[in-house]
Design a protein around this ligand. Structure first.
Ligand code: SF4
Length: 465
């Protein structure tokens, strides 16, 4: 649930006179994918211009600094660090000099062989500016014997293993590519003659661009010299769409992996109601990410949906907790129960996931404090038992409650009357897609791309520059 964080959001524009402003709007709508920092790089054909800053999109850009971002080409990035810490050098787009050619790179995902590659390159003389795995792409490109930019990108893509959606900008081209497993979404659309790339379709909507299609797994789309070309740089090994994009990460108004996120979340809720029915007076959601699943549960069970928890939307990552007690119980700041509605009721609480369990426990205590008679918690995803290494920041196995406790123990820990999770099979069927096209490693431990050692968020930090 709210304890998991996505790695990043990407947005790019090719061929629009207001490329920077469109990118700003796109990043704004992709803010949920990363809140640590934001950046936009533009090209006016001769020169790059860039602004990169810690904080939310609305704090990083204003009228006057956007005006400095001249050019018809732009790429932008919202970051949450899944590799490397939150230091200025790690803010993207990274800008590097590639054999005399300026290059901007924005990356969403995580490479599982980043440490091996970086050790190898550092041993032979490479000097890294940042501790992100994204910079590894640029170094690999520089080492390629190919003369063409596409050849260099293909060489880098052959060497890296893991999850990546990339936007690359030169002084006259914007290139979008997606790993062969297709872990995370990346789509393209049109706004007049301009081409727009976005992690999610909600980014296209906000700039009035028309959705065209997803970038295919293993595909590179090149917008250059007024034309769009496409080439396949890798065979699709095993489609591994991150099912968590549908459970929690993507916005419900987006279409991701060819399906409406809202519709799939409702289907998760319906399936959950069939698999794990409960005797309750009302259904409530943990807003906002569980709203659609709770609605699905309510529709399927016939038990009315009520707005029993109100979320304060102004509590961001930078919120200052004035007392130690409030810091300890952040849940109280973020959510408040509607006491008059909940008092004396048997309540079915639908949430999207349980990670460590500590946030859920506090929420359940709050509901008890509001006079709820019985709590039946229903989770619209299976138990998370394994960490993610493909671009979602999850705790270690030791911290994942479902990796260490049985259902009864979790129920007792949360202090609820009953607990039920959606099954893996039920979740996959409810997507309406081929079940084999998804990554479900955080539930099953079946990692679609294996690794020598478990990648860790700060592993690259420990390597000397
Ligand atoms: S392990 Fe889980 S969170 Fe990570 S890519 Fe796979 S489904 Fe998504």
């Amino acid at each position: 649930m709210k304890e998991l964080r996505h790695s990043c959001g990407l947005f790019g524009v090719y061929g629009h006179r207001r490329a920077a402003r469109l990118t700003y709007l796109g990043l704004y709508s992709l803010q949920h994918r990363g809140q640590e920092s934001a950046g936009i790089a533009t090209s006016d054909g001769k020169q790059f211009h860039a602004i990169r800053s810690p904080g939310l999109v609305k704090g990083c850009f204003n009228d006057s600094n956007l005006a400095r971002l001249r050019g018809r080409l732009a790429i932008g990035h919202n970051r949450y660090s899944t590799t490397g810490s939150a230091v200025p050098a790690n803010i993207q787009p990274l800008i590097v000099d590639l054999k005399g050619m300026p290059l901007a790179v924005g990356h969403n995902g995580n490479l599982v062989n980043a440490v091996d590659l970086r050790e190898e390159m550092q041993a032979t003389g490479s000097i890294f500016q940042s501790s992100t795995d994204s910079e590894i792409f640029a170094h690999l490109m520089a080492r390629s014997q190919c003369r063409s930019l596409m050849g260099m990108i293909e060489y880098a893509a052959e060497r890296v293993r893991g999850a990546y959606c990339l936007l690359v900008m030169t002084d006259e081209a914007v290139i979008a590519l997606r790993d062969a497993n297709g872990f995370h979404p990346l789509c393209m659309g049109r706004k007049g003659n301009a081409v727009v790339f976005s992690s999610e379709t909600c980014g296209l909507d906000v700039v009035d661009a028309t959705y065209e299609r997803e970038i295919e797994p293993g595909e590179m789309v090149i917008a250059s010299q007024g034309e769009i070309t496409s080439r396949s740089f890798a065979q699709s090994r095993r489609l591994s769409h991150c099912v968590f994009e549908l459970i929690y990460f993507s916005r419900p108004d987006s279409v991701v992996f060819g399906v409406s996120v809202d519709a799939v979340r409702k289907a998760f809720g319906r399936r959950l109601a069939r698999e794990k029915p409960a005797d309750g007076d009302i259904v409530i959601s943990v807003p906002d990410s569980s709203n659609a699943a709770a609605l699905g549960y309510s529709l399927e069970s016939g038990i009315p949906l009520e707005l029993g928890l109100i979320r304060n939307h102004y509590v961001g990552r930078t919120f200052i907790y004035p007392t130690a007690e409030l810091r300890h119980n952040r849940v109280r700041i973020k959510f408040n129960p509607v006491r008059e509605l909940l008092r004396g009721k048997k309540v079915i609480v639908v949430d999207d996931s349980i990670v460590r369990g500590t946030t859920s426990k506090k929420l359940m205590q709050m509901l008890r404090g509001a006079g709820v008679k019985e709590i039946h918690i229903r989770i619209s995803s299976p138990p998370i038992r394994y960490p993610c290494f493909y671009g979602i920041d999850t705790p270690t196995r030791d911290e994942l409650i479902a990796a260490n406790c049985c259902l009864e123990e979790i129920k007792r820990f949360l202090g609820v009357d009953s607990l039920g999770y959606l099954s893996v099979e039920g979740m996959l069927e409810a997507t309406g897609k081929n079940p084999d096209s998804f990554c479900v490693a955080c539930f099953t431990g079946d990692y679609p791309i294996t690794f020598r050692t478990e990648p860790s968020k700060l592993a690259l930090e420990k390597l000397k520059h």
